[in-house]
Ligand binder design. Structure first.
Ligand SMILES: [Zn+2]
Length: 308
């Protein structure tokens, strides 16, 4: 995604005195709320649905639909209706959560109640069952009811057959959160990346639930190794990407991560990092970097000890 935390952050940043310096480039907020859902056919069996919070991929199979992510709770009903209609399916059989964020898991409760299989990394299940207060916006996320929790969890990787598709899914260790999964539809050559990558703005690095920027770079390495030149990569938000675009993002985040680690070793604080402009030449079209850089820098604190 990007993400309920992002959206929540914007709301808070606009309201809380002193938070203005951390405002996310979120002028699209109002538009996003009213954004219509758009379904795009990716292959004979796969449909991409955009606009429900995060990107959603629906795979048609003999037992119904397999969904990768379920959008936000507010858009869930509309999303599920559209997914079933577009694919002429009768029910959602399986849901894969790429991570715990609310813009991916908003259909968990409805689908859990209808008996769906819900696949996720074990850490995602743990976060979804916990009360989480994110320190950057002091927002609290209540645990989901038991019926909405993943009922089929994994630690490393797994695969399943879904109609015409061999579906491989696996763990991207501590990247955007500490429970990120990718989902690779090898037959259609579509790689769903989840929250590890976005193609329309600076990503949220959720260090509070175990993400960090070096892990994000490693996650992009994993995705690059799975993809080839004709793979279509579905990011958490934004348009479908090519492997070349993914590689360009890997290179950029690797460079930024390296600069941030250097600043950390020099004993710099967050404001000094912003002043140093370690991402200054990158992606001006993505707007203000303050929130991204602050999160990326703080994500190093729990992982690396600065030199004494
Ligand atoms: Zn996310």
């Amino acid at each position: 995604m990007t993400h309920l935390p992002r959206r929540a952050f914007i709301t808070r940043a606009l309201n809380v005195a002193g938070a203005a310096s951390l405002s996310w480039p979120g002028l699209a907020l109002a538009r996003e709320r009213a954004q219509p859902l758009v379904a795009t056919r990716l292959s004979e069996s796969l449909t991409l649905i955009c606009g429900a919070g995060g990107n959603v991929v629906a795979a048609r199979g003999p037992d119904g639909l397999l969904l990768v992510d379920g959008g936000s709770r507010e858009r869930s009903r509309e999303l599920l209706r559209l997914a079933l209609r577009e694919t002429r399916s009768r029910r959602v059989h399986t849901l894969i959560n790429t991570h715990w964020h609310p813009e991916q898991t908003g259909s968990n409760e409805a689908l859990g109640r209808s008996g769906a299989r819900i696949i996720a990394h074990e850490n995602t299940k743990l976060w979804l069952g916990a009360k989480i207060t994110t320190p950057w916006d002091n927002r609290t996320y209540q645990p989901l009811p038991a019926v909405a929790l993943p009922n089929d969890t994994l630690y490393t990787k797994a695969q399943l057959r879904w109609g015409a598709e061999q579906v491989e899914y696996g763990y991207l260790f501590q990247a955007h959160t500490d429970g990120d999964l990718y989902v690779f539809f090898r037959d259609s050559n579509v790689l769903v990346a989840g929250g590890v990558i976005s193609s329309d703005g600076w990503p949220l690095i959720d260090w509070w639930t175990g993400g960090w920027i070096v892990g994000l770079v490693n996650g992009l390495e994993t995705l690059l190794a799975l993809a080839n030149d004709t793979t279509r990569i579905v990011p958490g938000t934004g348009p479908v990407m090519s492997r070349d675009e993914l590689r360009a993002q890997r290179d950029m985040y690797a460079e930024i991560a390296s600069r941030l680690q250097k600043l950390l070793r020099q004993g710099k604080g967050p404001q000094e990092v912003l002043d140093a402009g370690p991402a200054r030449e990158f992606r001006p079209e993505w707007g203000d970097q303050t929130f991204f850089l602050t999160m990326a820098f703080k994500s190093l604190w729990g992982q690396l000890t600065p030199d004494a």
